[in-house]
Write a protein of this length. Sequence first.
Length: 437
Amino acid sequence: MSILKKVAIVGRMNVGKSTLFNRLSTNIKSLTLDYEGVTRDFIKDVVSWRGITFELIDTGGISLKTLESPIDEAVRQIALNAVNESDLVLFVVDGTVGILPQERELATFLHKSGKEVILIVNKYDTKAAQENLHDFYQLGFAHIIPLSAQHGTGIGDLLHAIVDQLASVQTEKNAEEPKYSVVLLGKPNVGKSSLLNTLLKKERSIVADMPGTTREAIGENINFYKETIQLVDTAGVRKKRAVSEDIEGLMVKSTFHAVRNADIILLLVDAAEGRLSDQELKLAFYAFEQGKALILLFNKEDLATEDSQEKLNFSFEEYKFFLDKIDTLHISCKTGKNVGRILPLVDEVWQRYSQKFSDVDLTMLFKQELERRPLFKSTNPLVLQKAKQIKVAPITIVLYVNDPTWFGPSQLTFFENVLRDQYNLKSVPVMLIPRKR
Protein backbone atom coordinates (compact mmCIF):
# COMPACT_ATOMS: atom_id res chain seq x y z
CA MET A 1 0.00 0.00 0.00
CA SER A 2 1.12 3.59 -0.49
CA ILE A 3 2.69 5.29 2.47
CA LEU A 4 0.36 7.68 4.25
CA LYS A 5 0.95 11.38 3.79
CA LYS A 6 1.84 13.18 7.00
CA VAL A 7 0.01 16.23 8.36
CA ALA A 8 1.71 17.90 11.34
CA ILE A 9 -0.05 20.27 13.75
CA VAL A 10 2.38 22.92 15.02
CA GLY A 11 2.29 26.20 16.90
CA ARG A 12 3.43 27.73 20.13
CA MET A 13 2.27 26.26 23.44
CA ASN A 14 -1.34 26.37 24.57
CA VAL A 15 -3.01 27.55 21.33
CA GLY A 16 -5.29 24.50 21.07
CA LYS A 17 -3.21 22.05 18.99
CA SER A 18 -4.21 18.99 21.03
CA THR A 19 -7.86 20.06 21.10
CA LEU A 20 -7.74 20.27 17.30
CA PHE A 21 -6.03 16.87 17.08
CA ASN A 22 -8.79 15.33 19.22
CA ARG A 23 -11.44 16.95 17.04
CA LEU A 24 -9.93 15.41 13.89
CA SER A 25 -8.74 12.09 15.36
CA THR A 26 -11.04 9.09 15.59
CA ASN A 27 -8.95 6.54 17.51
CA ILE A 28 -6.34 8.27 19.65
CA LYS A 29 -6.82 11.19 22.01
CA SER A 30 -4.16 13.68 22.99
CA LEU A 31 -3.97 15.05 26.51
CA THR A 32 -5.66 18.43 26.90
CA LEU A 33 -5.31 20.27 30.19
CA ASP A 34 -5.27 23.95 30.96
CA TYR A 35 -1.54 24.47 31.32
CA GLU A 36 1.43 24.60 29.00
CA GLY A 37 3.63 21.70 28.02
CA VAL A 38 1.14 18.86 28.32
CA THR A 39 2.05 17.38 24.92
CA ARG A 40 5.73 16.50 24.91
CA ASP A 41 6.26 13.57 22.56
CA PHE A 42 4.29 13.78 19.34
CA ILE A 43 1.36 11.40 18.91
CA LYS A 44 -0.37 10.43 15.72
CA ASP A 45 -3.51 8.85 14.29
CA VAL A 46 -4.86 7.87 10.87
CA VAL A 47 -7.68 10.10 9.56
CA SER A 48 -9.83 9.63 6.44
CA TRP A 49 -11.91 12.27 4.64
CA ARG A 50 -13.47 12.15 1.17
CA GLY A 51 -11.56 8.98 0.32
CA ILE A 52 -8.17 10.49 1.31
CA THR A 53 -6.39 8.87 4.25
CA PHE A 54 -3.52 10.63 6.02
CA GLU A 55 -1.45 10.45 9.19
CA LEU A 56 -2.21 13.29 11.61
CA ILE A 57 0.58 14.26 14.03
CA ASP A 58 0.18 16.35 17.19
CA THR A 59 3.40 18.00 18.40
CA GLY A 60 4.48 19.82 21.51
CA GLY A 61 4.86 23.60 21.46
CA ILE A 62 7.42 24.59 18.83
CA SER A 63 10.17 27.17 19.23
CA LEU A 64 13.02 28.16 16.94
CA LYS A 65 15.33 29.09 19.82
CA THR A 66 17.37 26.59 21.82
CA LEU A 67 15.72 26.16 25.22
CA GLU A 68 17.45 25.86 28.60
CA SER A 69 15.37 22.98 29.95
CA PRO A 70 16.60 19.64 28.51
CA ILE A 71 13.01 18.38 28.30
CA ASP A 72 11.72 21.53 26.58
CA GLU A 73 14.64 21.37 24.16
CA ALA A 74 13.86 17.73 23.38
CA VAL A 75 10.22 18.68 22.72
CA ARG A 76 11.40 21.46 20.38
CA GLN A 77 13.67 19.13 18.39
CA ILE A 78 11.00 16.46 18.03
CA ALA A 79 8.46 19.04 16.84
CA LEU A 80 10.94 20.42 14.30
CA ASN A 81 11.64 16.89 13.04
CA ALA A 82 7.89 16.30 12.67
CA VAL A 83 7.68 19.41 10.46
CA ASN A 84 10.62 18.29 8.34
CA GLU A 85 9.05 14.86 7.75
CA SER A 86 5.52 16.17 7.03
CA ASP A 87 3.78 16.74 3.70
CA LEU A 88 1.44 19.42 5.08
CA VAL A 89 1.64 21.67 8.15
CA LEU A 90 -1.33 22.95 10.13
CA PHE A 91 0.00 26.11 11.78
CA VAL A 92 -2.30 26.90 14.72
CA VAL A 93 -2.55 30.37 16.28
CA ASP A 94 -4.76 31.73 19.04
CA GLY A 95 -7.07 34.26 17.38
CA THR A 96 -7.90 35.95 20.69
CA VAL A 97 -4.36 37.31 21.27
CA GLY A 98 -3.29 38.32 17.77
CA ILE A 99 0.14 37.71 16.24
CA LEU A 100 3.05 37.23 18.65
CA PRO A 101 6.74 37.69 17.68
CA GLN A 102 7.34 33.95 18.13
CA GLU A 103 4.66 33.24 15.52
CA ARG A 104 6.21 35.66 13.03
CA GLU A 105 9.51 33.76 13.41
CA LEU A 106 7.75 30.43 12.97
CA ALA A 107 5.94 31.71 9.88
CA THR A 108 9.30 32.70 8.35
CA PHE A 109 10.71 29.26 9.15
CA LEU A 110 7.71 27.52 7.53
CA HIS A 111 7.99 29.66 4.38
CA LYS A 112 11.69 28.75 4.09
CA SER A 113 10.94 25.05 4.67
CA GLY A 114 8.96 24.89 1.42
CA LYS A 115 6.18 22.93 3.13
CA GLU A 116 2.54 23.34 2.24
CA VAL A 117 0.93 25.25 5.14
CA ILE A 118 -2.62 25.91 6.27
CA LEU A 119 -2.85 28.68 8.86
CA ILE A 120 -5.54 27.93 11.44
CA VAL A 121 -6.94 30.82 13.47
CA ASN A 122 -8.35 29.03 16.50
CA LYS A 123 -11.00 30.20 18.98
CA TYR A 124 -12.93 31.94 16.20
CA ASP A 125 -16.11 31.58 18.26
CA THR A 126 -14.96 34.65 20.24
CA LYS A 127 -15.40 38.28 19.26
CA ALA A 128 -11.69 39.02 19.78
CA ALA A 129 -10.62 36.34 17.29
CA GLN A 130 -13.11 37.58 14.70
CA GLU A 131 -11.75 41.11 15.04
CA ASN A 132 -8.12 39.90 14.76
CA LEU A 133 -8.64 37.61 11.76
CA HIS A 134 -7.52 40.16 9.13
CA ASP A 135 -4.20 40.69 10.96
CA PHE A 136 -3.14 37.08 10.38
CA TYR A 137 -2.97 37.62 6.62
CA GLN A 138 0.29 39.47 7.40
CA LEU A 139 1.92 36.07 7.95
CA GLY A 140 1.79 35.47 4.20
CA PHE A 141 -0.07 32.16 3.93
CA ALA A 142 -2.53 31.63 1.09
CA HIS A 143 -4.71 29.19 3.02
CA ILE A 144 -6.28 30.51 6.23
CA ILE A 145 -9.07 28.66 8.06
CA PRO A 146 -10.83 30.29 11.04
CA LEU A 147 -12.36 27.71 13.39
CA SER A 148 -13.15 26.69 16.94
CA ALA A 149 -11.40 23.43 17.80
CA GLN A 150 -13.30 23.23 21.08
CA HIS A 151 -16.76 23.56 19.55
CA GLY A 152 -16.08 22.06 16.11
CA THR A 153 -16.98 25.15 14.07
CA GLY A 154 -15.09 25.20 10.76
CA ILE A 155 -13.71 21.63 11.07
CA GLY A 156 -15.42 20.56 7.85
CA ASP A 157 -13.79 23.43 5.97
CA LEU A 158 -10.41 22.43 7.37
CA LEU A 159 -10.79 18.78 6.34
CA HIS A 160 -11.74 19.83 2.82
CA ALA A 161 -8.66 22.09 2.66
CA ILE A 162 -6.39 19.30 3.96
CA VAL A 163 -7.45 16.73 1.37
CA ASP A 164 -7.30 19.32 -1.42
CA GLN A 165 -3.69 20.12 -0.49
CA LEU A 166 -2.69 16.48 -0.06
CA ALA A 167 -4.13 15.54 -3.45
CA SER A 168 -1.28 17.48 -5.08
CA VAL A 169 1.47 15.95 -2.89
CA GLN A 170 3.37 13.09 -4.54
CA THR A 171 4.46 10.24 -2.30
CA GLU A 172 6.57 7.54 -3.88
CA LYS A 173 7.47 5.34 -0.91
CA ASN A 174 5.67 2.16 -0.01
CA ALA A 175 4.76 1.10 3.49
CA GLU A 176 3.43 -2.07 5.04
CA GLU A 177 0.96 -2.52 7.83
CA PRO A 178 2.81 -3.72 10.95
CA LYS A 179 2.55 -7.47 11.42
CA TYR A 180 2.30 -7.09 15.19
CA SER A 181 2.59 -4.54 17.96
CA VAL A 182 5.20 -4.49 20.75
CA VAL A 183 4.46 -2.28 23.77
CA LEU A 184 7.07 -1.09 26.28
CA LEU A 185 5.55 -1.16 29.75
CA GLY A 186 6.80 -0.38 33.23
CA LYS A 187 7.00 2.08 36.08
CA PRO A 188 8.20 5.64 35.44
CA ASN A 189 11.89 6.14 34.70
CA VAL A 190 12.87 2.51 34.08
CA GLY A 191 14.25 3.31 30.61
CA LYS A 192 11.33 2.70 28.23
CA SER A 193 11.96 5.82 26.15
CA SER A 194 15.72 5.20 26.06
CA LEU A 195 15.08 1.69 24.79
CA LEU A 196 12.62 2.89 22.14
CA ASN A 197 15.12 5.45 20.84
CA THR A 198 17.90 2.82 20.83
CA LEU A 199 15.81 0.31 18.87
CA LEU A 200 14.62 2.99 16.42
CA LYS A 201 18.11 4.51 16.22
CA LYS A 202 16.65 8.01 16.46
CA GLU A 203 15.22 10.41 19.03
CA ARG A 204 11.52 9.56 19.03
CA SER A 205 10.79 9.70 22.75
CA ILE A 206 11.95 12.29 25.25
CA VAL A 207 14.53 10.99 27.73
CA ALA A 208 15.27 12.74 31.02
CA ASP A 209 16.39 11.80 34.53
CA MET A 210 12.96 12.34 36.03
CA PRO A 211 9.75 10.33 35.94
CA GLY A 212 6.77 11.32 33.83
CA THR A 213 8.48 12.68 30.70
CA THR A 214 6.46 10.34 28.47
CA ARG A 215 2.82 11.30 28.94
CA GLU A 216 1.05 9.42 26.16
CA ALA A 217 1.46 6.12 24.35
CA ILE A 218 3.44 6.78 21.18
CA GLY A 219 4.21 4.31 18.40
CA GLU A 220 6.63 3.94 15.51
CA ASN A 221 7.12 1.23 12.89
CA ILE A 222 10.41 -0.58 12.47
CA ASN A 223 11.60 -3.20 9.97
CA PHE A 224 13.14 -6.36 11.39
CA TYR A 225 13.71 -9.74 9.69
CA LYS A 226 11.90 -8.34 6.62
CA GLU A 227 8.81 -7.74 8.76
CA THR A 228 7.28 -4.43 9.84
CA ILE A 229 6.50 -4.29 13.54
CA GLN A 230 5.17 -1.45 15.65
CA LEU A 231 7.01 -0.33 18.78
CA VAL A 232 4.95 1.62 21.32
CA ASP A 233 6.37 3.60 24.24
CA THR A 234 3.96 4.20 27.12
CA ALA A 235 3.67 6.47 30.10
CA GLY A 236 4.94 5.01 33.37
CA VAL A 237 2.29 3.14 35.34
CA ARG A 238 2.05 3.91 39.04
CA LYS A 239 -0.11 2.64 41.86
CA LYS A 240 -3.50 4.33 41.93
CA ARG A 241 -2.83 5.96 45.29
CA ALA A 242 0.32 7.54 43.79
CA VAL A 243 -1.67 9.17 40.99
CA SER A 244 -2.21 12.66 42.36
CA GLU A 245 -2.63 14.86 39.28
CA ASP A 246 -5.23 14.77 36.51
CA ILE A 247 -2.51 14.37 33.89
CA GLU A 248 -1.16 11.20 35.50
CA GLY A 249 -4.63 9.69 35.66
CA LEU A 250 -4.94 10.24 31.91
CA MET A 251 -1.46 8.87 31.43
CA VAL A 252 -2.41 5.53 32.99
CA LYS A 253 -5.57 5.31 30.87
CA SER A 254 -3.51 5.89 27.71
CA THR A 255 -1.07 3.16 28.72
CA PHE A 256 -3.69 0.52 29.36
CA HIS A 257 -5.34 1.33 26.02
CA ALA A 258 -1.98 0.60 24.36
CA VAL A 259 -1.67 -2.69 26.28
CA ARG A 260 -5.11 -3.87 25.16
CA ASN A 261 -4.08 -3.27 21.51
CA ALA A 262 -0.67 -4.94 21.90
CA ASP A 263 0.52 -8.39 20.86
CA ILE A 264 3.77 -8.53 22.84
CA ILE A 265 4.61 -6.67 26.06
CA LEU A 266 8.17 -5.77 27.01
CA LEU A 267 7.94 -5.18 30.76
CA LEU A 268 10.95 -3.14 31.89
CA VAL A 269 12.19 -3.45 35.47
CA ASP A 270 14.97 -1.51 37.19
CA ALA A 271 17.56 -4.22 37.92
CA ALA A 272 19.37 -1.94 40.38
CA GLU A 273 16.35 -1.95 42.71
CA GLY A 274 16.92 -5.63 43.43
CA ARG A 275 13.26 -6.64 43.49
CA LEU A 276 10.07 -7.01 41.53
CA SER A 277 7.53 -4.61 42.99
CA ASP A 278 3.89 -5.53 43.56
CA GLN A 279 2.95 -3.12 40.77
CA GLU A 280 5.31 -4.82 38.29
CA LEU A 281 3.95 -8.24 39.19
CA LYS A 282 0.40 -6.96 38.72
CA LEU A 283 1.39 -5.61 35.29
CA ALA A 284 2.88 -8.98 34.35
CA PHE A 285 -0.20 -10.93 35.50
CA TYR A 286 -2.50 -8.41 33.79
CA ALA A 287 -0.67 -8.73 30.47
CA PHE A 288 -0.89 -12.53 30.53
CA GLU A 289 -4.55 -12.48 31.58
CA GLN A 290 -5.29 -10.21 28.61
CA GLY A 291 -3.72 -12.80 26.30
CA LYS A 292 -0.55 -10.82 25.58
CA ALA A 293 2.88 -12.38 25.10
CA LEU A 294 5.30 -11.10 27.74
CA ILE A 295 9.06 -10.61 28.05
CA LEU A 296 10.74 -9.26 31.20
CA LEU A 297 13.64 -6.87 30.58
CA PHE A 298 15.82 -5.99 33.56
CA ASN A 299 17.34 -2.64 32.59
CA LYS A 300 20.15 -0.61 34.20
CA GLU A 301 22.27 -3.74 34.55
CA ASP A 302 25.28 -1.40 34.67
CA LEU A 303 24.02 -0.08 38.02
CA ALA A 304 23.13 -3.47 39.51
CA THR A 305 25.31 -4.84 42.31
CA GLU A 306 25.92 -8.38 43.48
CA ASP A 307 23.64 -7.67 46.42
CA SER A 308 20.80 -6.32 44.24
CA GLN A 309 21.08 -9.34 41.92
CA GLU A 310 20.88 -11.70 44.91
CA LYS A 311 17.79 -9.89 46.19
CA LEU A 312 16.22 -10.02 42.73
CA ASN A 313 16.75 -13.78 42.51
CA PHE A 314 15.20 -14.18 45.95
CA SER A 315 12.14 -12.12 44.98
CA PHE A 316 11.61 -14.50 42.03
CA GLU A 317 11.10 -17.52 44.29
CA GLU A 318 7.60 -16.60 45.53
CA TYR A 319 6.25 -16.26 41.97
CA LYS A 320 8.38 -18.95 40.36
CA PHE A 321 5.24 -20.79 39.15
CA PHE A 322 4.49 -17.80 36.89
CA LEU A 323 7.89 -16.31 36.15
CA ASP A 324 9.24 -19.64 34.89
CA LYS A 325 6.83 -19.20 31.98
CA ILE A 326 8.42 -15.88 30.98
CA ASP A 327 11.59 -15.10 29.00
CA THR A 328 13.87 -12.67 30.83
CA LEU A 329 16.81 -10.61 29.61
CA HIS A 330 19.23 -8.42 31.56
CA ILE A 331 20.09 -5.30 29.55
CA SER A 332 21.59 -1.83 29.83
CA CYS A 333 20.33 0.91 27.54
CA LYS A 334 23.26 3.03 28.69
CA THR A 335 26.05 0.58 27.77
CA GLY A 336 24.13 -1.33 25.11
CA LYS A 337 24.49 -4.68 26.91
CA ASN A 338 22.17 -7.31 25.39
CA VAL A 339 20.06 -4.66 23.61
CA GLY A 340 20.89 -6.38 20.32
CA ARG A 341 19.25 -9.56 21.62
CA ILE A 342 15.86 -7.96 22.24
CA LEU A 343 14.38 -7.94 18.74
CA PRO A 344 15.55 -11.50 17.90
CA LEU A 345 13.90 -12.65 21.14
CA VAL A 346 10.74 -10.72 20.24
CA ASP A 347 10.68 -12.49 16.88
CA GLU A 348 11.07 -15.90 18.56
CA VAL A 349 8.21 -15.12 20.95
CA TRP A 350 6.01 -13.98 18.05
CA GLN A 351 6.61 -17.30 16.26
CA ARG A 352 5.50 -19.19 19.39
CA TYR A 353 2.58 -16.83 19.99
CA SER A 354 1.20 -17.21 16.46
CA GLN A 355 1.76 -20.94 15.93
CA LYS A 356 -1.04 -23.30 14.88
CA PHE A 357 -1.37 -26.82 16.29
CA SER A 358 -3.03 -29.81 14.70
CA ASP A 359 -6.37 -30.60 16.35
CA VAL A 360 -5.58 -34.30 16.08
CA ASP A 361 -2.22 -33.84 17.85
CA LEU A 362 -3.78 -31.72 20.60
CA THR A 363 -6.58 -34.21 21.21
CA MET A 364 -4.19 -37.16 21.32
CA LEU A 365 -1.77 -35.33 23.63
CA PHE A 366 -4.45 -34.41 26.17
CA LYS A 367 -6.22 -37.79 26.06
CA GLN A 368 -2.98 -39.70 26.61
CA GLU A 369 -2.11 -37.54 29.60
CA LEU A 370 -5.61 -37.99 31.07
CA GLU A 371 -5.22 -41.74 30.76
CA ARG A 372 -1.91 -41.55 32.58
CA ARG A 373 -3.12 -39.09 35.22
CA PRO A 374 -6.95 -39.14 35.43
CA LEU A 375 -8.81 -36.11 36.81
CA PHE A 376 -11.97 -36.35 38.90
CA LYS A 377 -14.69 -34.01 40.11
CA SER A 378 -15.88 -35.69 43.31
CA THR A 379 -15.98 -39.26 41.98
CA ASN A 380 -16.81 -38.28 38.40
CA PRO A 381 -14.03 -38.67 35.81
CA LEU A 382 -13.23 -35.65 33.62
CA VAL A 383 -13.56 -36.69 30.01
CA LEU A 384 -12.13 -34.89 26.98
CA GLN A 385 -13.70 -35.74 23.64
CA LYS A 386 -11.77 -33.33 21.43
CA ALA A 387 -9.43 -30.32 21.50
CA LYS A 388 -9.60 -27.68 18.78
CA GLN A 389 -7.49 -24.54 18.34
CA ILE A 390 -9.72 -21.65 17.26
CA LYS A 391 -7.25 -18.75 17.33
CA VAL A 392 -3.59 -17.74 17.29
CA ALA A 393 -1.99 -14.72 18.99
CA PRO A 394 -3.07 -15.61 21.61
CA ILE A 395 -3.23 -19.39 21.30
CA THR A 396 -6.85 -20.23 22.10
CA ILE A 397 -8.03 -23.83 22.41
CA VAL A 398 -11.53 -25.16 22.96
CA LEU A 399 -11.78 -28.33 25.05
CA TYR A 400 -14.92 -30.33 24.26
CA VAL A 401 -15.67 -32.16 27.52
CA ASN A 402 -18.35 -34.11 29.36
CA ASP A 403 -19.21 -31.27 31.78
CA PRO A 404 -17.62 -27.76 31.41
CA THR A 405 -18.56 -26.84 35.00
CA TRP A 406 -16.10 -29.44 36.29
CA PHE A 407 -13.19 -27.77 34.50
CA GLY A 408 -12.13 -24.98 36.85
CA PRO A 409 -8.80 -23.09 37.05
CA SER A 410 -6.80 -26.02 38.46
CA GLN A 411 -8.09 -28.43 35.82
CA LEU A 412 -7.36 -25.98 33.00
CA THR A 413 -3.88 -25.43 34.44
CA PHE A 414 -3.35 -29.19 34.11
CA PHE A 415 -4.00 -29.01 30.34
CA GLU A 416 -1.89 -25.86 29.99
CA ASN A 417 1.07 -27.54 31.70
CA VAL A 418 0.71 -30.60 29.46
CA LEU A 419 0.90 -28.33 26.42
CA ARG A 420 3.88 -26.39 27.79
CA ASP A 421 5.76 -29.61 28.57
CA GLN A 422 5.32 -30.73 24.97
CA TYR A 423 6.01 -27.42 23.19
CA ASN A 424 8.19 -24.37 23.81
CA LEU A 425 5.60 -21.77 24.82
CA LYS A 426 7.78 -19.55 26.97
CA SER A 427 6.43 -16.00 27.26
CA VAL A 428 3.20 -17.08 25.53
CA PRO A 429 -0.21 -17.23 27.25
CA VAL A 430 -2.55 -20.15 26.54
CA MET A 431 -6.30 -19.56 26.63
CA LEU A 432 -8.39 -22.70 27.28
CA ILE A 433 -12.19 -22.77 26.93
CA PRO A 434 -14.19 -25.81 28.14
CA ARG A 435 -17.37 -26.52 26.17
CA LYS A 436 -20.02 -29.20 26.07
CA ARG A 437 -19.70 -31.38 22.96
